[in-house]
Design a protein around this ligand. Structure first.
Ligand code: B12
Ligand code: SF4
Length: 412
């Protein structure tokens, strides 16, 4: 684009918006980090910016540009916000970014947004502000931390074993190719240990946090980086929680798991998905049930609790595979479980190759495109050759009733 880093001549004021998520029990658990990265870059360029994470009626008027962050499940809310802003005087421009814009830019253009930003907003929003592109797709190249001063962090409430905690992202993207998972980053980027520790220090010293939620797809993906981070934070008396893959836990071994525990790791989340080896293969999980159990056992031996995330209604789900999942759970050693219904998102292998799988769906209802919501309000979008939508909802509820013994403490 021949664009070089400089201040934008025609200074525009920007209001960044996080839509509500009415299907969640509480949508004020974690701050909208994506917008805080974008906001940091705009501030750095001297552009007046504010972040709005509240009711649509309270969106402030008077900004030149409004930028909305959207996941697929929030798309209906984002369109309502667009119509709301269209009533504002001065015809401000409305730009959309976030995971849904990245996987389905056409739906955003067709709904009337002025511009669509795919992938890294911190790199491309300044370009859009200056050049007025319609669709722009830029990978992550910048090394910046999110600007948490743009919001009141204390409005968000999450805790790890009684300590107030907040979320951190130390990587972008994931090198694995699970068939149900949305590829929103084309490349994987792992931030250096120094860069990560700087951000954690800021959270500890400026904001007073003594607990962190590492929201990376796989925080432990690089063992060399992990060791440096763990050896430093073990001196801090902090708690942390993060997401792991069982095969990496097995590869890293018991010593690494013990180091994680010594550094304050209280609990990890692990994608189990299903107890059926047949389905694990179909979804290209890259792990079998034995590896999942080995990973859980290593973490438990090190003194770390393990919460398993499971999905009901993956391709080829049947009464037999549900039973395999039950058997797996009985012997898994998991401390906590979470059951979602499979929801097909664009830019996933299953969505793009529906005909190759034993799975079906009609036109997807955008108002129900979430896989975890308020209990009692689940609806399945999909069915398989042996299980109807109702069968899948019933199977999810049955598994939850049998295995969910911890009380709900948050959304994920
Ligand atoms: C943390 C997280 C959550 C938190 C949300 C916390 C919060 N307030 O943001 C919780 C647990 C609540 C959650 C819930 C859900 N999540 Co979630 N979540 C994530 C996760 C792991 C990290 C998000 C994050 O902070 N990323 C870091 C930032 C830097 O990236 P980013 O948000 O994409 O933002 C960058 C760009 O997208 C862009 N950008 C973003 N917004 C904007 C706006 C503008 C104007 C511009 C220009 C650019 C721009 O620039 C940003 C900086 O680079 C992602 C996976 C991932 N690795 O990203 C899944 C992910 C976003 N979640 C997903 C899903 C499906 C859900 C749920 C629907 C699950 C459910 N319950 O059914 C809900 C929906 C919640 C909602 N509000 O919509 C999917 C979304 C897929 C899709 N097609 O939209 C993802 C991608 C996981 C996946 N791979 O499938 N989630
Ligand atoms: S489910 Fe987890 S491991 Fe699989 S591709 Fe998605 S983020 Fe990566």
């Amino acid at each position: 684009l021949g664009w070089k880093e400089r201040e934008i001549d025609d200074m525009k004021s920007v209001c960044l918006i996080s839509p509500s998520s009415p299907f969640l029990i509480d949508d004020k658990v974690f701050p909208p980090l994506g917008l805080l990265y974008v906001g940091r870059e705009l501030k750095y360029r001297g552009i007046p910016v504010t972040v709005h994470d509240g009711a649509t009626a309270d969106i402030p008027e008077g900004y030149d540009v409004y930028g909305i962050s959207v996941t697929t499940s929030q798309f209906p809310q984002a369109k309502e916000i667009l119509h709301h802003i269209r009533q504002f005087p001065g015809k401000p421009r409305v730009i959309v970014g976030g995971p849904h814009a990245t996987v389905d830019p056409d739906s955003c253009i067709n709904s009337g947004f002025d511009a669509v930003v795919m992938q890294a907003g911190e790199s491309s929003l300044p370009i859009v502000l200056e050049h007025g592109c319609r669709i722009i797709d830029t990978p992550y190249t910048k090394h910046i931390h999110p600007d948490r001063s743009l919001i009141n962090l204390k409005d968000y409430h999450y805790d790890i074993d009684g300590r107030p905690a907040t979320s951190v992202m130390t990587t972008r993207g994931c090198p694995y190719q699970c068939g149900f998972c949305c590829k929103i980053n084309k490349k994987v980027k792992v931030f250096s240990s120094d860069f990560v520790l700087d951000e954690l220090r800021e959270l500890r010293d400026v904001y007073g946090y003594k607990a962190f939620m590492m929201f990376d797809d796989i925080f432990i993906v690089d063992p060399n980086r992990l060791i440096v981070i763990l050896d430093e934070i073990k001196k801090w008396d902090i708690y942390w929680r993060g997401f792991v893959r069982a095969d990496i836990v097995v590869k890293n071994g018991l010593e690494m798991a013990k180091r994680m525990a010594e550094s304050g790791c209280r609990e990890v989340g692990m994608g189990i998905e299903t107890g059926s080896n047949k389905i694990l293969k179909i979804i290209n999980k890259g792990e079998d049930a034995d590896t999942l159990k080995k990973g859980i056992a290593i973490l438990k031996e090190a003194g770390i609790r393990v919460k398993g995330f499971l999905i009901v209604g993956l391709p080829s789900e049947s009464p037999e595979t549900i039973e395999e999942t039950r058997q797996f759970l009985h012997t898994s050693g998991l401390d906590d479980v979470d059951f979602s219904l499979f929801t097909p998102y664009k830019k996933t292998n299953i969505y793009d190759n529906k005909d190759k799988f034993d799975i079906n769906w009609d036109t997807l209802d955008l108002n129900h495109l979430f896989y975890k919501g308020t209990p009692g309000q689940y609806e399945s979008q999909v069915w398989t050759s042996t299980m109807s939508r109702t069968d899948l909802v019933n199977a999810r509820d049955m598994l939850e009733n049998e295995f969910k013994h911890w009380k709900i403490r948050g959304k994920q």
